[in-house]
Design a protein around this ligand. Structure first.
Ligand SMILES: C[S@@+](CC[C@H](N)C(=O)[O-])C[C@H]1O[C@@H](n2cnc3c(N)ncnc32)[C@H](O)[C@@H]1O
Length: 431
């Protein structure tokens, strides 16, 4: 029977525990009196003193607060950042590098084991160095004269004011201080916004997603900020569903895939690091090989479509209208067609898929349940699945395997450094 979550009961107790493993969210796991206790910032082998409210032993587990590491386990390392421990941006800086890399691969293996597909050969983990994250979404909040700009504390809405971030590329890290200063002038007191930063060819692309429109004075202040801080394009969007409006556009912003320039809409999806993108693209190209007709589903701005279109005829399908339009404007001279389509509600059918020699799909975290079912009923010889969520990837892999595909190889890619996220590429072929 699947364990149910239980509310912790009883007064808090202090207990000494030994951490046996690190769970999928990056917290160490120990067992106390039959209850699973998740303890952040610990590694296997740690002997720790923990404050915990132990409930009945029927839930997934309870959360323990680490009071002291009594004896460190063998996989401990030194955090790279002074904010580590409070900032929720990173979960695993306290792990030694080898243990961290093994844990990331284990996330993928564990998810595949749950659907009995972990016998597949694994490629080595592709790594991303510090200072390589080129796209990030931060939150800001103004209270009085002060602005907090950074990431939320773990499991909390409280913001950590981030002065430095060793994960971000230097150009984005350097923007934190001037951005904080200008937000203290343009945000109304008590209000906040999100800042979506992307380091592109041409400069930084900055999208501010705020609670309301901005007045003329704030707009002028942001234009001056863009000039002095070297921001290439600055846009403001009233809320997550609103339309981004340009505030400053000092230089063309471009992202290139296989050398083809694409002008992304403000806040567009991009793989988190150039190194991560390169590893994903290499795995896709290596396996698609010489296939002549390829469908790229959940294509975004063409991260895979444009490299694939150097040798194949590609049909790129994507739900976001602005992304489809941006890719459509970039494809001159290539055998690349685009289609806007909601692939959750309206996946390509087995009949539509019949004309392709290979299909690549790269859905959001929820995965591509319906599209995987349609592929399972198709005759497409080769499917390459890209994913940022091992759990939905495993579910979709199981669907493909049940539809007769042989699961050939899996490529784990770590581009969300020190987080509990990992990317995967899986290769499936009709025998
Ligand atoms: C993980 S991103 C991958 C994009 C692209 N393959 C890349 O690597 O840059 C997922 C993409 O799926 C798109 N998407 C989300 N929901 C969708 C849906 N229901 N139908 C079609 N596309 C969708 C998003 O707009 C986004 O571009």
């Amino acid at each position: 029977m699947k364990p149910r979550r239980s509310k912790p009961q009883g007064p808090p107790r202090t207990v000494d525990l030994t951490i046996t493993e690190v769970g999928a969210r990056g917290d160490g796991l120990a067992v106390a009196g039959g209850t699973r206790v998740f303890v952040p910032l610990t590694v296997p082998g740690d002997r720790v003193r923990v404050r915990v409210r132990l409930g009945e032993a029927k839930g997934d587990g309870v959360r323990g607060e680490l009071l002291e590491v009594l004896e460190p386990g063998p996989g401990r390392g030194d955090p790279a950042c002074g904010h580590f421990g409070t900032c929720g941006g990173c979960t695993l800086q306290h792990m030694a590098d080898d243990a961290y890399a093994a844990w990331k691969v284990g996330l993928v293996r564990g998810a595949l084991a749950r659907v009995k597909l972990d016998e597949v050969p694994f490629a080595p983990l592709a790594r991303t160095a510090p200072a390589a994250r080129r796209r990030a979404r931060l939150a800001a909040l103004r209270r009085g004269k002060r602005v907090w700009l950074g990431f939320n504390e773990r499991l909390s809405h409280r913001l950590v004011d981030v002065a430095a971030c060793p994960v971000l590329v230097p150009r984005l890290e350097a923007l934190l201080a001037p951005l904080r200063a200008v937000l203290a002038e343009v945000l109304p007191d008590g209000q906040g916004c999100d800042a979506v930063l992307a380091d592109l060819e041409g400069g930084v692309d900055l999208l501010l997603v705020g609670p309301r429109t901005i007045d003329l004075a704030a707009r002028e202040r942001l234009v001056a900020f863009a000039e002095s801080a070297g921001v290439a394009r600055l846009s403001w969007q009233p809320d997550d569903r609103g339309t981004a409006e340009p505030v400053a556009h000092r230089a063309p912003v471009v992202v290139r895939f296989a050398g083809v320039p694409v002008v992304p809409p403000p806040g567009a999806f991009l793989q988190a690091s150039a190194a991560g993108e390169a590893a994903l693209v290499a795995a896709v190209l290596e396996n698609v090989g010489s296939a002549g007709k390829v469908a790229d589903l959940f294509a975004g701005l063409g991260t895979f479509s444009l490299p694939l279109a150097q040798t194949a005829a590609v049909h790129a399908v994507e739900g976001d209208a602005a992304a489809v339009a941006a890719l459509g404007r970039a494809v001159q001279g290539l055998r690349l067609t685009t289609e806007r389509r909601n692939l959750f509600e309206d996946p390509l059918t087995p009949k539509e898929l019949a004309r392709f020699d290979a299909v690549v799909f790269d859905p959001p975290r929820a995965g591509a349940a319906e599209q995987a079912k349609a592929l399972a009923g198709s005759k497409v010889p080769l499917v390459v699945a890209v994913s940022c969520n091992p759990a939905s990837f495993a579910r979709d892999a199981r669907t493909l395997a049940d539809g007769g595909y042989a699961f050939k190889r899996v490529y784990p890619v770590d581009q969300f450094l020190w987080s509990a996220h990992v990317e995967v590429v899986g290769v499936f072929a009709r025998p």
